[in-house]
Design a protein around this ligand. Structure first.
Ligand code: C2E
Ligand code: MG
Ligand code: MG
Length: 511
């Protein structure tokens, strides 16, 4: 991809012009010599050389013209694609500009940024809204970034290449981070301002550029970091050489093969309603029934699947299997209970995924209320606006949304009324101390109170003892899930368990 299109024809044109001038001069000399001496054949040499040099020159001119034209076409295509004026460079022009800028500057370390506005690895086709958004972002970079005072217009080069934006400016790390924040803010503001119906999920990759780094390698590294960022559901990733080490590849291939060979299975963990004294649903949990390693828990493979870009396939496998299992039970006239399925919220930023999910449920013979979605909220405040509209669409479709792992990691109390959830699952890390640690007990009490005030259902998870069940019941917790009632079970075991367990029988309680 190196400037073959651009630099070589130019060099060829210069060389052929020099050759032509030299041959012309030599021909004149030879011709004169041949004419005035007794050796006329010398003059004939010039008749041969001159047309040859001329042909070479003509070829170079045509070649140059053709490539220059191609370059312009590329540039126009690029602008057309982005729907903008003259602000944006294509990749060839970008690297030409970088070359010039690098001659001017002698900074030890600079940074190149690669970013996209939506997920590109999983989304496949680009919608017209996304295309429009790209155009607005391009205009923003082309015009407004210059007005922020932090970037000297003469010190920046940018282009749209391989479906991502590339921005290279001669700035240190802090300033580069500042620029990323400006871009990130702009993305959300543009979507809001232009009322675009598009889910944004910006991913930024950054690569270091040393004076010896070829810019093409730098850009490639930044794009690589951006892709790792998307796979890991992050927002900003700095390129590391380790990314290229192939150690994970085998494991990822194993997961891919396992998917093909149907080695994944769905287990069901029952949820118990303490006031109704009966089981009211299940959580679907994936397991890998590996012929090589035995039955593996998600902790062993989910993260690798995320890195390898396979999480979407795994999640969809679980959803399809749950639908299939429920349909089979329905066909046998059995009583159906809702099943919750785990998804990463980031999946919902792809509108294609949302459509796929809704279609799957619509095509099934099931009522949407039978499928619940568990989402761990790990996104920043900036995403709240988009998340709200996506979740509302699902709820309007009749699906229930559960906030998973509340109390661990990123969750905060403000989210309890800012996002449209139907219920909150209090994480095991809070539940662990609920019967033994007074402080934890107070926190759980507060969370339950807040949920009730916001008309949210409550599920406590990871409940493994009678004491915890009693404390939680007293606090007004609705539903309890945990080893105290049952571990996750295969479908068959789960059905047997519902038929025969010590909890739902009259007066029954596990001692
Ligand atoms: P999660 O969604 O919070 O699921 C609850 C986890 O807690 C399950 O672990 C369950 O077996 C475990 N658990 C439930 N009760 C108890 C208890 O009383 N004691 C203890 N020690 N553990 C209990 P599991 O199945 O290993 O899943 C771990 C995590 O993997 C899940 O946490 C979820 O985040 C993820 N996961 C599972 N299946 C899927 C899936 O299909 N897709 C995605 N994206 N993630 C999944
Ligand atoms: Mg869960
Ligand atoms: Mg959980």
């Amino acid at each position: 991809m190196k400037n073959k299109l651009y630099a070589k024809p130019k060099q060829l044109l210069v060389i052929s012009s020099i050759v032509f001038v030299l041959v012309l001069a030599a021909s004149v000399v030879l011709f004169v010599l041949g004419f005035f001496t007794e050796l006329p054949f010398i003059a004939y040499i010039s008749f041969v050389l001159l047309p040859l040099a001329g042909a070479f020159l003509l070829f170079s001119i045509l070649n140059y013209a053709k490539n220059d034209n191609m370059l312009r076409t590329l540039q126009i295509e690029n602008q057309y694609q982005l729907g903008i004026g003259n602000y944006f460079f294509n990749y060839q022009m970008f690297s030409e500009r970088v070359k010039k800028l690098r001659r001017k500057h002698d900074l030890d370390k600079t940074y190149v940024i690669a970013f996209s506005v939506y997920n590109i690895l999983s989304s496949g086709t680009i919608s017209s809204y996304q295309r429009r958004l790209n155009g607005y972002i391009a205009s923003f970079i082309g015009a407004k970034v210059f007005q922020t005072k932090m970037v000297n217009p003469n010190d920046i080069a940018f282009c749209f290449h391989r479906n991502v934006f590339i921005v290279y400016s001669f700035m240190d790390l802090d300033k580069t981070r500042e620029l990323i924040e400006i871009l990130r803010k702009a993305i959300y503001e543009i979507v809001k301002e232009k009322e675009l119906k598009v889910f944004v999920q910006p991913h930024f990759g950054v690569a270091e550029i040393l004076p010896t780094t070829d810019i093409i390698v730098g850009v490639d590294n930044a794009i690589f970091a951006r892709n790792v960022d998307e796979r890991n559901f992050e927002e900003l990733t700095f390129y590391k050489d380790d990314f290229r080490v192939e150690t994970n590849k085998d494991e990822i291939e194993e997961i891919r093969d396992a998917l093909k060979n149907n080695e994944f299975v769905v287990y069901y963990q029952p949820k118990f309603d303490v006031s109704k004294k009966k089981f009211v649903g299940f959580e679907a949990l994936i397991r890998w029934n590996s012929p090589r390693y035995g039955l593996l828990l998600p902790g062993r493979f989910i993260e690798k699947a995320e890195i390898g870009g396979l999480i979407h396939e795994l999640d969809m496998f679980v959803l399809r299997q749950v639908i299939k299992d429920l349909e089979n039970l329905k066909a046998r006239n059995m009583n159906l209970l809702p099943v919750s399925v785990n998804f990463s919220l980031y999946e919902f930023y792809s509108s294609a995924f949302l459509t796929e999910l809704i279609e799957l449920i619509d095509r099934s013979a099931l009522k949407p209320e039978l499928i619940e979605i568990e989402i761990t909220e790990t996104t920043t405040q900036a995403n709240t606006f988009m998340a709200t509209s996506i979740l509302n669409r699902l709820r309007n479709h009749g699906l229930k949304i559960l906030m998973d792992d509340f109390g661990s990691g990123f969750s905060n109390l403000l989210q309890l009324n800012s996002l449209p959830f139907d219920a909150v699952k209090i994480d095991k890390c809070l539940i662990d101390g609920v019967a033994s640690d007074p402080k934890t007990k107070e926190i759980v009490k507060l969370v339950i109170g807040l949920c009730k005030a916001n008309q949210l259902g409550i599920v406590a998870e990871g409940v493994d003892s009678k004491e915890k069940v009693d404390v939680l019941t007293k606090m007004g917790c609705d539903v309890i899930q945990g080893f105290y009632y049952s571990e996750p079970l295969s479908l068959l075991e789960a059905l047997e368990f519902l038929d025969d367990n010590p909890f739902t029988k009259k007066g029954g309680s596990k001692k």
